[in-house]
Design a protein around this ligand. Structure first.
Ligand code: DAH
Length: 356
């Protein structure tokens, strides 16, 4: 078989094939099952080893080359084999496009509002040491508040690193403390104060927190929080109220009402719970599913940063003061979109996810 001659004729023919029908004919003639080249390749099986070694590679290389040239001639998608008919009655191919998860949408909404008020966006590790999660937040080992967190401890060796110097960045862990999945995003307050000089205001952008919960419609073992912190020389509880109220107006709309109810968190003094008027029934429906007929929804804890917390990061409580808050992002999302079961968020159920 004269490979060179075959190549010359084949390529010359391909040049002349100017439409899909003639290109298909070319393909059958030179590359089809009954083409000279295919027949030759098949006949190699009966040849001696020596002949195989001599001719096989040449024949294969030619086949490759013709295939490449053929594909080159039909690129652009204009190629249609003769038998192809376009059926206009066939349904089209639907391309699914992804979209953002409702919790992501809500977090971005929230962050946008706080950023517009001059807040910096901070993050922190999801694996925390007991120092950041508890001790530095004025929750010592004996404190009953640790029990309410019902912690998920990790079986990791304790790191032997010293406490970070002020101004140092990166995730640093003090020595001698056990690790856990963070039970709230408040430890990022400590990390932020260790690495930034006041005055400042910050919110946490990736607020996953973990607790050992018996799950139900309002409780999930993984929850999302929005932590905030503002420190200055003249930041008062009135500042807290006005910042949160502005946030609610941006998030829920102009006629939302809010309340601050006294509460207790070890890392603030005084501490409050923040409630909003129910967006579902505006307090007018005793059978409302969203607020349970109360007319108010509890969405955050907050308060003035405790002096012990400021001391833990070497800030003088006589000079610096400020507030902190922690929102339940899932609760905010449930309120805004009238979702009545928190477990839906992480269920992976597309019937739920597709609605947003
Ligand atoms: N960390 C608290 C929790 O998970 C929420 C919280 C309350 C955060 C008061 C705060 C705060 O920053 O000031 O229950």
């Amino acid at each position: 078989m004269n490979f060179e001659l075959l190549k010359q004729t084949a390529l010359a023919d391909l040049e002349k094939a100017s439409d899909d029908v003639s290109r298909e004919a070319w393909r059958v003639k030179y590359l089809g099952r009954k083409s000279d080249l295919s027949l030759f390749l098949r006949s190699l099986a009966e040849k001696t080893d020596q002949e195989k070694r001599a001719l096989g590679p040449q024949a294969n290389a030619l086949r490759k080359e013709l295939e490449l040239r053929f594909h080159g001639a039909v690129v652009g998608g204009r190629y249609r084999p003769e038998t192809f008919r376009f059926d206009v009655t066939q349904p089209g191919v639907k391309h699914e496009t992804g979209h953002l998860h409702p919790l992501t949408l809500v977090s971005r909404d929230i962050l946008r509002i706080f950023v517009s008020m001059g807040f910096d966006v901070a993050t922190g590790p999801e694996i925390e040491s007991a120092y950041y999660n508890f001790d530095a937040l004025n929750i010592p080992a004996w404190h009953p508040a640790r029990e309410t967190m019902d912690t998920m401890w990790l079986d990791l060796p304790e790191l032997q690193k010293p406490l970070p110097e002020r101004g140092q960045t990166g995730y640093q862990y003090p020595a001698g403390y056990k690790f856990l999945l963070r039970t709230h995003t408040s430890p990022i307050q400590i990390r932020y104060m260790e690495t930034h000089k006041p005055p400042f205001r910050m919110v946490v952008g990736d607020g996953r927190a973990f607790r050992n919960e018996a799950t139900d419609a309002r409780h999930e073992f993984q929850l999302n929080q929005l932590e905030g912190l503002m420190i200055g020389t003249d930041v008062s509880i009135a500042t807290l109220r006005s910042v949160i109220h502005d946030f609610f107006r941006g998030f829920f709309g102009p006629d939302v009402a809010m309340r601050m109810v006294p509460s207790y968190y070890p890392f603030v003094e005084p501490g409050v719970d923040i409630t909003v008027s129910c967006v579902g029934c505006k307090g007018k429906n005793r059978a409302c599913k969203i607020c349970g007929g109360l007319g108010w929804l509890e969405v955050a804890g907050a308060g003035m940063v405790h002096p012990n917390v400021l001391k833990a990061v070497a800030l003088d409580p006589k000079k610096w003061q400020g507030f902190a808050f922690g929102f339940g992002v899932d609760r905010l999302a449930m309120t805004k979109y009238a979702i009545d079961d928190i477990r839906l968020f992480m269920s992976g159920d597309e019937r739920f996810i597709r609605q947003f």
